[in-house]
Design a protein around this ligand. Structure first.
Ligand SMILES: O=P(O)(O)OC[C@H]1O[C@H](O)[C@H](O)[C@@H](O)[C@@H]1O
Length: 522
């Protein structure tokens, strides 16, 4: 079934939300808490090892009910069914969107173009498993008989950001292989990595769904030239593998057919880390951990599919985002991760979210008259507290934030973890409740600055009323990271449905590429 074409702004819920917005737009979070004493428990969700707290948002139960009504009016339940069933919901490219099938453990056949893709997925996983085991165990030998020590992932966009993000996020689980990532067409990037490598023990993993991306082909060609300086063409089979839908082009490039892992049109690049595109994850962390990552994502898929929307974390995150984007006119959303290992999460989410929902034409082909995808940005706490958080606390813009933190550290350094999470809590509380003029006054008095009070007071006040979601996860594990990524995938999907756009194409990236080729030829 194709997705319905429903302008969300014409729904009854939207009109009621507009009216309600006018009533509560100025209301302070302090008063939301006063008026609803159980808010801190009512507006939270416990789901396995995830604890989601959305109490510090500028909304009440009535808004949440209206937002839930909106999901019914835009037929979100049907859309979710179409998404998981493999309907052609990527209409502009005439494709199904089935990254969820890559982590499903269902054995019910799932047909795409007359093929049961469950069998193709199982075969690809087997290929990934044996390749991973061979390389990790040292059974796979380079051309001169030595075991592999270094993996170089060459890819860009979805063929780079997902694998790199997961490998970094789960670094404690990595094995002896050194993993490198080359993405930029900037040759200096490539050179800086090649300089560290030994040709005899390096395995290049070329990842490109289309195998036509300028950056990846250029880097892969240069890597091959570098390799062939002291090897022969037949040695390529021991040092190059590839992942692509375009087997013809990969073979023409010189990769041995047995070293090609599949990719499919029904997996979008930015949602592909669950497919053989994630082979570098599997190589670096081991296949078992890769499977656990898939299992975690599958748990979030089940939660998304089967939980009522008022207790459904991805749906609630999507609705809260819509509330700020379309009613408060917020232009950006902030993602703050209190874990150094998640340093690549924001770039990953930027592609997932902004490439999906950065659209201004609706599902009827008409120019949209309301806001869609917001600008996603962010960074790592505590570092950001010493840089851009000033603007979030005291600037003129309203910037809703997602805080992501972990209850336990992986290293076991409890003292530092306590400090990290105290900062997490401190930021959320400061943003929500601020510092009143009375408190700022008292503080200056205690600091002995009585003579400067009238001059300094306005600068020392924190208005607060800055909203945030808080997501506390028990520990960084392959399962929890899988769940976290799937959570954002479904948030993005839900928002795309409500905004009445096609989230799974990305024509907006084409024009610049075409012009770059024109300039190159000139
Ligand atoms: O995997 P590839 O076909 O090389 O594509 C790599 C990337 O490039 C494109 O420009 C798209 O914007 C991305 O969605 C894609 O992930």
């Amino acid at each position: 079934m194709a997705l319905k074409n429903i302008d969300p702004t014409t729904t009854i819920a939207w009109k009621k939300l507009n009216e309600h917005f006018l009533e509560i737009q100025e209301k302070h979070l302090i008063n939301f808490f006063k008026d609803h004493p159980n808010r801190a428990t009512d507006f939270t969700i416990d789901f396995e090892d995830f604890f989601f707290d959305y109490s510090k948002n500028r909304l009440n139960q009535e808004v949440l009910d209206l937002l839930t009504e909106l999901t019914e009016e835009v037929a979100l339940p049907n859309a979710i069914a179409s998404y998981f069933n493999g309907d052609i919901i990527n209409s502009t490219e005439q494709r199904a969107v089935l990254h969820t099938a890559l982590r499903s453990n269902s054995e019910v056949p799932l047909w795409v173009d007359g093929k049961n893709i469950r069998l193709e997925i199982a075969a690809a996983l087997k290929q990934m498993e044996s390749l991973t085991n061979d390389v990790v165990s040292g059974k796979w030998k380079g051309a001169t008989g030595k075991a592999i020590t270094d993996i170089v992932n060459i890819g860009i966009g979805g063929s780079h950001l997902g694998p790199q993000m997961v490998v970094t996020a789960l670094q404690e689980y990595s094995n002896h292989l050194n993993t490198h990532f080359i993405s930029n067409v900037d040759g200096d990037h490539l050179e800086s990595v090649l300089a560290k490598l030994n040709r005899e023990t390096t395995l290049f993993v070329i990842v490109s769904k289309t195998f036509s991306t300028q950056e990846t082909l250029s880097n892969a060609t240069s890597a091959k030239e570098w390799f062939l300086k002291s090897a022969t063409k037949k040695d390529i089979a021991k040092h190059f593998i590839a992942v692509s839908t375009n087997t013809k082009a990969v073979t023409a490039f010189g990769v041995a057919p047995k070293n090609i892992l599949p990719m499919w049109d029904w997996v979008g690049g930015r949602f592909s880390l669950w497919s053989p595109v994630g082979i570098t994850i599997s190589l670096s962390l081991g296949f078992e951990h890769f499977k656990q990552l898939l299992a975690g994502a599958n748990e979030m898929d089940e939660h998304f599919k089967s939980t009522p929307f008022n207790k459904n974390i991805p749906v609630l995150m999507a609705l809260i985002g819509i509330w700020y984007t379309n009613f408060f006119d917020c232009e950006t959303e902030l993602v703050l991760t209190y874990a150094q290992a998640l340093e690549n999460l924001v770039p990953y989410l930027q592609q997932a979210s902004m490439e999906s929902n950065g659209k201004s034409v609706d599902r009827a082909g008409k120019k949209i008259g309301y806001q869609t995808g917001s600008i996603l940005w962010g960074g790592i706490g505590t570092n950001v507290q010493h840089s851009f958080m000033q603007l979030v606390h005291q600037g003129t813009k309203l910037i809703p934030a997602d805080f992501i933190g972990f209850k336990e550290s992986c290293s076991g350094r409890k003292d530092q973890h306590k400090k990290l999470m105290a900062n997490y809590q401190g930021q959320i509380t400061a943003l929500a409740f601020g510092k009143s003029i009375q408190d700022a006054h008292l503080e200056l008095k205690f600091q002995g600055k009585v003579n400067q009070i009238s001059e300094l007071l306005p600068y020392k006040v924190f208005e607060g009323n800055k909203p945030s979601n808080s997501l506390i996860i028990k520990k960084r594990t392959p399962e929890s990271i899988g769940k976290l990524i799937a959570l954002y995938e479904h948030k993005i999907f839900t928002q795309g449905i409500i905004w009445n756009i096609y989230s799974f194409d990305q024509f907006g990236v084409e024009l610049g590429k075409e012009l770059a080729n024109t300039y190159l030829n000139q």
